[in-house]
Design a protein around this ligand. Structure first.
Ligand SMILES: Nc1ncnc2c1ncn2[C@@H]1O[C@H](COP(=O)(O)OP(=O)(O)OP(=O)(O)O)[C@@H](O)[C@H]1O
Ligand SMILES: [Mg+2]
Length: 479
C-alpha cells in the first residue's frame, strides 16, 4: 500500500503487543479492554493486506466496553485515536434522545467522521509539504523586508512583439541595453541585501522585527444546512473558483513565519486528492466511539427530556452500524468497514436490553474493572501524563519545586477510595477533584511564597481532608 511507505510512526502496522504497551503509558490496568481493542485494530491492518474480494467480505468486529464510570473507557478510545491518526469521533448516544434532538439525524455521525477524516488526511499532506513551505515562507519574509524592483520580463522577451516579429528582436535589445544595465545593477544590489537578510534570519537575529505580509482571509463559512442532504458549503461547491482574499498585516517575523508556512503548505497540497483520500480513509480506518450506549437500551431507567423512544434511536443507528451509504458534502461514505466501539456502564440496563440486531453488531464484549486504591496510586504517578507530574510541571513555571512523599500518595489514593465509597463512585475522576483541593492554597499563593521547595506529606493530606470528611461535607467534592 502506498501509505505504508509514508506512514509516520502510528498504530498502523503495530503488533497488538505494541499497541497495548503504548496504551500502558496512559491507562493503568484494564488489560482485557486494551487487548481486544489492539486485536481489533490489528485485524484491520491484516485485512488491508488481503485481496479486494476477501477484504470486502471481512467487516470489523465492533466492541462493546462495559464498566463503571471513570475507569478509562473514554480514555482508551482517546489514546487510540491520538496514536492512530485515524479519523475518530466520539458521540453520546443520549444526544439523540434529548429535547431538541428529536429525530436528530444520526447520519450526522458519519458526516462528522468525514470532517475528522478531512482534517487528519489534510494534515498528513501538509506535513509532507512543510519542508518546502518553510523555504518559500522564508523567501516571502525576505521579500517583505527588502522589496525588489518590479520583476522584469526575461531578456529577449522584453518586447512582447519581438517574439511574433522574429527579426525585430536584435534591434530592440540594442536600444534597451542601457536600461537593462541599470536595472541589473539594482537587482544585484537587492540580491546582495537579501542575502544579508537571509543570513541574519538564519541566525535568528530578526525574529522580533516587524514585517508586512499578506494573510489569507478565512473564508466565511457559508454553510447551507440542507436538512436531508447534509450541510453544503458554498466554498466547497465553487472550490478554487472563489478567489482567495488576502489582507496586509504587520507582525513580527517569528509570527509571520508560522502563518506563511501554513499558507504555503496549504497552497502546495492538492485538495482534490486530499478529498478522495479522506473518503477512503473514513471508510477504511474510521472509528466511531458511541458513549453511553447503555442509556438507549430499553431496560435503562434513564429518561431523556422528551421521551423519544430509546428503541427508536437504536433503530436509527442500526443501518449505520450494519453498513449503509451516507451522503456527505465530500461524497458518499460507505459505513460497512467503519469500526464502532460502544461504551457504557450498563449498571441499570444490560447489553441484552439492546435490540437483538444491534447486539449482534457488537460481538466483542469487554468488561472494565472498577479501580482500587492500588490503581489510584499508579494513576497518580505512572502514566506519562500522570496527575502528579502535571501539577509539578505547573508549579515549576513559578520557580517552585513540588514533591510528594510516598505516604502522601498512598493517602491521596485512600482518600479517593473512601470518597468514592461514601458518595458517588466516579472512579479516577475523583483524583482530579482531590488534587485541585489539595493544592488550591498553593495555587493561589504562588509565586508569593518564601519556601520554593514544597513537600506534600501524608499529614498535609490528612489535614486538608479530615475536616471535610468528618464534617460530612463530602458533597463538596462531587463533580
Ligand atoms: N485506568 C486508568 N488509568 C489512568 N487514568 C484513568 C484510568 N481510568 C480513568 N482515568 C482517568 O480518569 C478520567 C476519566 O476517565 P474516562 O473518561 O476514561 O472515564 P469513562 O470510563 O469513560 O467513564 P464514563 O462512563 O463516565 O464515561 C480521565 O481523566 C482518565 O485519564
Ligand atoms: Mg466516558
Amino acid at each position: 500500500m502506498a501509505n505504508e511507505l509514508t506512514a509516520p510512526k502510528t498504530i498502523h502496522g503495530m503488533t497488538p503487543k505494541q499497541i497495548v504497551s503504548e496504551l500502558d503509558k496512559y491507562i493503568i490496568g484494564q488489560d482485557k479492554a486494551k487487548r481486544s481493542v489492539a486485536v481489533a485494530l490489528r485485524n484491520r491492518y491484516r485485512r488491508n493486506l488481503l485481496s479486494d474480494e476477501m477484504r470486502e467480505e471481512i467487516t470489523p468486529k465492533n466492541i462493546l466496553m462495559m464498566g463503571p464510570t471513570g475507569v478509562g473507557k473514554t480514555e482508551i478510545a482517546r489514546r487510540l485515536a491520538k496514536l492512530m491518526d485515524a479519523p475518530f469521533i466520539k458521540v453520546e448516544a443520549t444526544k439523540f434522545t434529548e429535547v431538541g434532538y428529536v429525530g436528530r439525524d444520526v447520519e450526522s455521525i458519519i458526516r462528522d467522521l468525514m470532517e475528522a477524516s478531512m482534517r487528519v488526511t489534510k494534515q498528513k499532506h501538509m506535513d509532507e509539504k512543510y519542508a518546502v513551505a518553510k523555504d518559500l515562507a522564508e523567501e516571502k519574509i525576505i521579500e517583505a523586508i527588502i522589496p525588489g524592483s518590479k520583476k522584469r520580463p526575461a531578456p529577449g522577451n522584453s518586447n512582447p512583439f519581438s517574439f511574433i516579429m522574429g527579426g525585430g528582436q536584435a534591434t530592440y535589445n540594442r536600444t534597451t541595453e542601457k536600461i537593462d544595465d541599470k536595472a541589473a545593477h539594482e537587482d544585484s544590489q537587492t540580491e546582495l541585501a537579501r542575502s544579508q537578510v537571509r543570513e541574519q534570519l538564519k541566525n535568528g537575529l530578526l525574529e522580533e522585527q516587524y514585517v508586512e505580509i499578506d494573510v489569507a482571509e478565512q473564508p466565511k463559512d457559508n454553510n447551507l444546512d440542507v436538512s436531508q442532504g447534509g450541510s453544503i458549503s458554498l466554498g466547497s461547491i465553487f472550490g478554487d473558483a472563489m478567489p482567495k482574499r488576502y489582507k496586509r498585516k504587520n507582525m513580527k517575523v517569528k509570527d509571520a513565519r508560522k502563518i506563511l508556512i501554513e499558507q504555503e503548505a496549504q497552497n502546495l497540497i492538492d485538495m482534490d486528492q486530499v478529498t478522495s483520500e479522506a473518503l477512503e480513509n473514513c471508510e477504511q480506518n474510521g472509528i466511531v466511539f458511541i458513549d453511553e450506549i447503555d442509556k438507549i437500551a430499553s431496560g435503562s431507567g434513564y429518561r431523556g427530556g422528551v421521551d423519544v423512544s430509546r428503541e427508536g434511536v437504536q433503530r436509527d443507528i442500526l443501518p449505520i452500524v450494519e453498513g449503509s451509504v451516507v451522503n456527505t458534502k465530500y461524497g458518499p461514505v460507505k459505513t460497512d468497514h467503519i469500526l464502532f466501539i460502544g461504551a457504557g456502564a450498563f449498571h441499570v440496563s444490560k447489553p441484552t436490553d439492546l435490540i437483538p440486531e444491534l447486539q449482534g453488531r457488537f460481538p466483542i464484549r469487554v468488561e472494565l474493572e472498577p479501580l482500587t486504591r492500588k490503581d489510584f496510586v499508579r494513576i497518580l504517578t505512572e502514566p506519562d501524563n500522570a496527575l502528579l507530574k502535571q501539577h509539578k510541571a505547573l508549579l515549576e513555571t513559578e520557580g517552585v519545586s513540588l514533591s510528594f512523599t510516598d505516604e502522601a500518595v498512598e493517602e491521596i489514593a485512600s482518600m479517593a477510595e473512601l470518597m468514592n465509597e461514601q458518595t458517588e463512585n466516579i472512579g479516577a475522576r475523583r483524583l482530579h477533584t482531590i488534587m485541585e483541593r489539595l493544592l488550591e492554597e498553593y495555587s493561589y499563593q504562588l509565586p508569593d511564597v518564601e519556601d520554593k521547595n514544597i513537600v506534600i506529606d501524608a499529614e498535609y493530606v490528612r489535614n486538608k481532608f479530615s475536616e471535610a470528611i468528618r464534617a460530612d461535607d463530602i458533597d463538596r467534592f462531587i463533580l
